[in-house]
Design a protein around this ligand. Structure first.
Ligand code: CP
Length: 301
């Protein structure tokens, strides 16, 4: 494995390698040594969790990071191309972690440079490292990835985290409930893939519909910027706020996950229930990203 660009590129065995490596790192059974390694964190778009957890992961492994956050202080402002910027940072670093707003940019970057590239989010396309930490969080809370009932709620059309998550869970015989307004439904190309793999899914409109059947409810932000009519946004948003009162009939193993940032789609009165898992999920991002460095930079020995 040279790069991590899309969950569609990974076999079930490769996904499980990341899971097992993250678990060993968390338990202290594996300490990959990255003392001589340097990661270039190239973030053309804003980030809190992905940027800081990739930086934290490398530091915990003994390595170092260099960072570009936005283009304001880089020579992109002088007209330097994306390819030349990549080629330059590849002279300094052992691995590039890249976030951009442009779909396909991570795959392009992997063709331009001869060091590993990790896709830290490319537009509305994919966010594979988030999917890996989501899977790791699901294993930790459910004990398995197999045969789970997973609800996915919010902006399913543009949400790259849900696209990557749905692809990766498809290997594990899930039953999906897709909960969104009709104009933010899961894209047809993803639903077609699920149909071709005989994976069960249904599309719902209300966040607490069939909540008692779920093992995991994965909530994402309804994005205000997609709505032409502010009144429509307000109406849609109110169908997608998870409140503590909706959790009365859920299963004991039920967990609420969210890639964060949250705006107001999970009421803060959910935070102190045993079902809220989103901040632990963010912590799991460090173990998972340590595992990603270890797998891509030869740290498993
Ligand atoms: N989950 C996620 O990608 O968060 P950030 O945008 O803060 O990195």
């Amino acid at each position: 494995m040279n790069n991590l660009i899309s969950m569609r590129d990974l076999t079930k065995e490769e996904i499980m390698l990341f899971m097992e490596t993250a678990a060993k790192i968390e338990k202290g059974e594996l300490n990959p040594n990255m003392e001589r390694k340097l990661a270039a964190l190239m973030f053309y778009e804003p980030s809190t969790r992905t940027h800081f957890s990739f930086a934290t992961a490398m530091k915990k492994l003994g390595g170092q990071t260099i960072t570009m956050r936005g283009t304001q202080n880089s020579s992109v402002q002088k007209g330097e191309s994306f390819a030349d910027t990549l080629q330059t940072l590849a002279q300094y670093a052992d691995i590039i972690v890249l976030r951009t707003g442009i779909e396909g940019s991570a795959r392009y970057a992997a063709e331009v440079v001869d060091i590993p590239v990790v896709n830290a989010g490319d537009g509305a396309n994919q966010h594979p490292t988030q999917a890996l930490l989501d899977l790791y969080s699901i294993i930790k809370t459910q004990g398995t990835l197999e045969n789970l009932n997973i609800g996915v709620a919010g902006d399913l059309r543009f949400g790259r985290t849900v696209h990557s998550l749905v692809y990766s869970l498809s290997e594990f015989n899930p039953k999906f409930k897709f909960i969104s307004p009709s104009f933010l439904q899961m894209p047809s190309y993803i639903k077609d893939d699920l149909v071709s793999q005989n994976i069960e899914f249904e599309e719902l409109q209300e966040i607490d519909q069939k909540i008692e059947e779920l093992d995991v409810l994965y909530v994402t932000r309804v994005q205000r910027e997609r709505f032409a009519d502010p009144e429509e946004y307000e109406k849609a948003k109110s169908s997608y706020i998870l409140r503590r009162s909706m959790l009365a009939g859920v299963k004991d193993n039920f967990r609420v996950m969210h890639p964060l940032p949250r705006v107001d789609e999970i009421s803060t009165d959910v935070d102190d229930t045993p079902y809220a898992y989103y901040f632990q999920q963010a912590k799991n991002g460090v173990y998972t990203r340590q595992a990603i460095y270890a797998v891509l930079l030869g740290g498993l020995k």
